[in-house]
Design a protein. Structure first.
Length: 452
């Protein structure tokens, strides 16, 4: 049986269909309104997505109850109706055509409710009848809560889990058991998706090892609590019927809506830079590069990107043509041209990377893409190094504005850089991106010690 691997597309598809429905219905019911249609379309989509984020409208999972979905639907539409109505306060359209506006809201509610119910119902039936879109799961620990969770997985097939066994020193019924290293081997060999841990049976060192393992191999790790003493800002609680389950939220960018917001910002910001800065600055820089040395204006180099997939990072060429491009730049590096030195100190050599952002290989802000040489070396030296590869690399980043850029002289310098990268990933907000961009501009004019 083929295992379903398309759940990551369900939420973006749902968001897209909802927005398209709203635009089609608005164009039909409000075609006689005097308002500019394009502006209203943009306004209602922004309002819809903004509310969805704050209300959690698309936070629907395989264990979410239908009554919770309907509650989200009513809450979303109630606030959406008020905010859309506010759009018409400067005109009398809402008075003259009140019934058409009400029909628009009612029709939108009904169609989106039908679509959401159909999608929810279909996914449940798909999991039960066809076994599609299921996730392999194991439980570490043999507590009463762990056994109840196993029973839930085996009786509620609509949750879409295939239970693969227990790991515990307390097993007595020929179930799976083993050390942390054996668990890790079992997870990889059996393509386990979700690891559930009964916390009271694991030491802090075992938990730490399992979390690092899950980070490295992008496995989902969740916790079965026996008390309420372990909650933290990085944990969220879900209920599988009456069983509390704690999930580790390592980055807000796992949420499709936030990922969409960041991507939209990247596209708009990179277009702004390319149109209003790169367009006139490029010929000037290109002339200086060509006058000083022979060779291409641009330099293209393979770097590890999202999920360690290679992409070709663009830069203005700042060195003489050489065969040692995989070697890090050092202070007073003889490979760097005079023009290149200026470009590197002002970070103007990075401008072409906004084309990488448009192409979707990079983000405006994120962990800087390292050389393959450093990537292959430090992912075995520094724990959690690979977690920085779970999001797109950036043109600038938190580590860079804090002074951790350029030459890496000691392993401790790389550790400090990774700490800032991880902090950024775990605490991302759009405001944080704006702060980093602003600080990057300040550093361009102020200069940084290791900008060479």
């Amino acid at each position: 049986m083929t295992k379903g691997r398309y759940s990551k597309y369900i939420r973006p598809m749902s968001i897209t269909i909802d927005c398209v429905l709203l635009m089609i219905l608005a164009s039909f019911f409000m075609k006689n309104f005097s308002i500019p249609q394009p502006y209203f379309m943009i306004y209602q989509v922004i309002v819809w997505l903004g509310l969805a984020y704050f209300i959690g409208f698309y936070e629907v999972y395989r264990f979410t109850k239908p009554v919770e979905i309907m509650g989200l639907l009513f809450k979303q539409f109630f606030v959406f109706s008020l905010l859309v109505m506010a759009y018409f306060t400067v005109t009398k359209d809402i008075i003259d055509s009140l019934w058409r506006f009400i029909y628009f809201l009612i029709t939108s509610f009904v169609l989106i409710a039908i679509f959401k119910s159909f999608l929810f119902y279909y996914l449940k039936k798909y999991r039960i009848v066809l076994g599609g879109n299921y996730r392999n799961a194991i439980i570490i620990g043999y507590t009463e809560s762990a056994k109840n969770l196993q029973n839930l997985f085996q009786t509620r097939l609509d949750y879409g889990y295939h239970f693969k066994g227990f790991f515990s020193d307390k097993i007595i019924n020929n179930e799976v058991n083993g050390t942390v290293s054996e668990i890790q081997q079992f997870v990889l060999e059996n393509k386990i998706d979700d690891i559930y841990c009964a916390i009271e049976e694991l030491s802090s060192e075992q938990l730490k090892d399992l979390v690092e393992f899950a980070d490295y191999y992008k496995k989902t790790i969740k916790f079965i609590p026996e008390s309420n003493q372990i909650y933290s800002k990085n944990l969220k609680i879900d209920y599988y019927e009456f069983f509390p389950i704690l999930s580790l939220k390592r980055t807000p960018l796992n949420e499709p809506l936030l990922k969409f917001i960041k991507r939209l910002f990247d596209i708009l910001f990179s277009l702004f830079i390319i149109i209003f800065i790169f367009s006139w600055l490029f010929p000037i820089i290109a002339i200086f590069i060509k006058v000083e040395s022979n060779g291409s204006v641009f330099f293209k180099q393979g770097r590890p990107g999202l999920d360690e997939k290679e992409f070709f990072c663009l830069k203005f060429r700042s060195m003489h043509i050489n065969e040692t491009t995989e070697k890090s730049v050092i202070k007073n590096d003889v490979r760097i041209t005079k023009v290149g030195s200026f470009l590197r100190k002002t970070s103007l050599d990075e401008l072409p990377q906004f084309f990488n952002v448009l192409a979707g290989d990079m983000s405006t802000v994120g962990p800087r893409p390292h050389l393959w040489l450093h990537n292959n070396e430090y992912q075995h030296k520094i724990k959690k190094y690979n977690f920085r590869l779970h999001i797109k690399p950036g043109i600038t980043g938190l580590a860079q504005v804090k002074g951790f850029r350029g030459e890496i002289e000691t392993d401790d310098q790389m550790v400090d850089r990774i700490k800032f990268d991880l902090f950024y990933i775990e605490n991302w907000t759009l405001l944080l991106d704006l702060k980093i961009i602003f600080q990057t501009v300040i550093n361009i004019f102020k200069g940084q010690e290791k900008a060479y």
